[in-house]
Design a protein around this ligand. Structure first.
Ligand code: PLP
Length: 393
């Protein structure tokens, strides 16, 4: 018997585990000291009333013979797929319901989709990166080429011929850097993927945070993308569903490789490895896509946006170099005086009880940067902004 030894190639000190351990050690040493946690990108506000009511009603329905549901369709109930298609249609993107696959999370989709791609494929991952993109490929033993995202390209790298790759990861708005691709930039990626026969995995998990009208929310707003892209989206950040678990992936029928429909291949994969998302959760997800649910979720987004505005304006006033915060819930700031990311982490934790995430944990280009989320509570955001502003003044 042999294990998958690729797992041994994963870095042992998984970023968020190390952050957590350091915070726990600090609490043990400093009992009673307040911690302001703007580290892990989890939401803090409860789900909206629409979703609570829908989940409650669906649960009651499960207890009645006439409305009880057993196994549902692997790729999601039609009622939810229709609502997702309508959401895209409101941005003039036409998606068929059988191009939508409902899942229990974008994380599962990002790693699961690799099942249907050969291990011989080379994948292109930006550096810095949401660690799941690289780690799930390391687990499979696939070759990874890193794409430099840095201050020079404002953390929005563009394709270059030397980056020939089969699987391309794009996250916009980006975690961790908060940067967002314009339609013109995405068009370059789409042209590159079509001419190289590659597939773009477009992670739109933070799309709801885009406030600038001109910026694209979906890769499918870009002409030519249906022959080269898969989109992954989630209710986690747009509707506070991190604990509910619901997401979806869009695989257009036009996406064909080696004469095989990628949509059909994924259909086979989920029919063997997945039994669908809970009916109750899908009803809750459907409710947030109604007009009323949309309005209620907007209130959550407005709260987080105001957090981002407060933090950004404090950093701007303190002349700190940073990215993101405008169309994204992440602020990616340069550490003062060229301090290394983990040293700045220790400094903020030990002196002020403020927790962020060291940029170096997201890749070598993240060294010297620091990520804050704006998903925190308002009083924490105000205090953190005051402290960080003070560090730089
Ligand atoms: N994609 C990105 C870029 C993320 O930052 C996250 C979570 O933080 C996810 C996907 C995971 O989303 P989900 O909660 O749907 O698994």
């Amino acid at each position: 018997m042999k294990i998958n030894s690729n797992y041994l190639n994963l870095k042992d000190n998984y970023l968020f585990k190390t952050v957590k351990k350091k915070v726990n050690d600090f609490i043990l040493k400093n009992p009673g000291k307040k911690i302001i946690n703007l580290g892990i990108g989890d939401v803090t506000l409860p789900i909206c009333k629409c979703a609570v009511d829908a989940a409650n009603n669906a649960t009651i329905g499960m207890g009645r013979a006439e409305t009880f549901k057993g196994y549902g369709p692997d790729g999601g109930y039609e009622f939810l797929r229709e609502k997702i298609a309508e959401k895209y249609y409101s941005r003039s993107v036409k998606i068929k319901t059988d191009e939508i696959f409902v899942s229990d999370g974008a994380k599962s989709d990002i790693s699961g989709i690799l099942d249907i791609f050969s291990l011989e494929n080379v994948c292109l991952v930006p550096d810095p990166v949401y660690p799941v993109y690289s780690d799930s490929n390391i687990m499979d033993g696939r070759q990874i080429v890193y794409l430099n995202a840095n201050e020079e390209n404002e953390f929005l790298p563009l394709p270059e011929d030397r980056y020939a790759a089969d699987i391309i990861y794009i996250c916009s708005p980006n975690n961790p850097t908060g940067s967002v691709y314009t339609a013109e930039m995405l068009k370059k990626w789409v042209n590159f993927a079509n001419s190289n026969d590659s597939i773009i995995l477009f992670d739109a998990a933070y799309e709801a945070f885009i406030s600038e009208k001109k910026l694209p929310h979906s890769i499918f707003e870009i002409e030519g993308s249906k022959t080269c892209a898969i989109e992954i989206n989630s209710f986690s950040k747009s509707a506070g569903f991190t604990g509910m678990r619901c997401a979806y992936m869009i695989i257009p029928h036009e996406l064909v490789r080696e004469g095989v429909s990628i949509n059909k291949l994924w259909g086979k994969r989920i029919s063997v490895k997945f039994n669908g998302v809970s009916y109750v959760i899908q009803r809750a997800a459907e409710s947030v896509l109604t007009n009323e649910g949309n309005l209620q979720c907007k209130n959550l987004l407005t709260y987080y946006r105001e957090n981002a505005r407060i933090t950004s304006s404090t950093l701007r006033n303190s002349k700190v170099r940073f990215f993101g915060g405008e169309n994204s819930p992440y602020i990616w700031m340069k550490c003062p005086e060229n301090i290394k990311s983990w040293d700045f982490f220790d400094y903020l934790l030990e002196n002020f009880g403020v927790v962020g995430v060291p940029g170096s944990g997201f890749g070598k280009n993240g060294e010297g940067y620091f990520r804050f989320t704006t998903f925190g509570k308002r009083e924490d955001i105000n205090e953190a902004a005051r402290i960080i502003g003070g560090v730089f003044s």
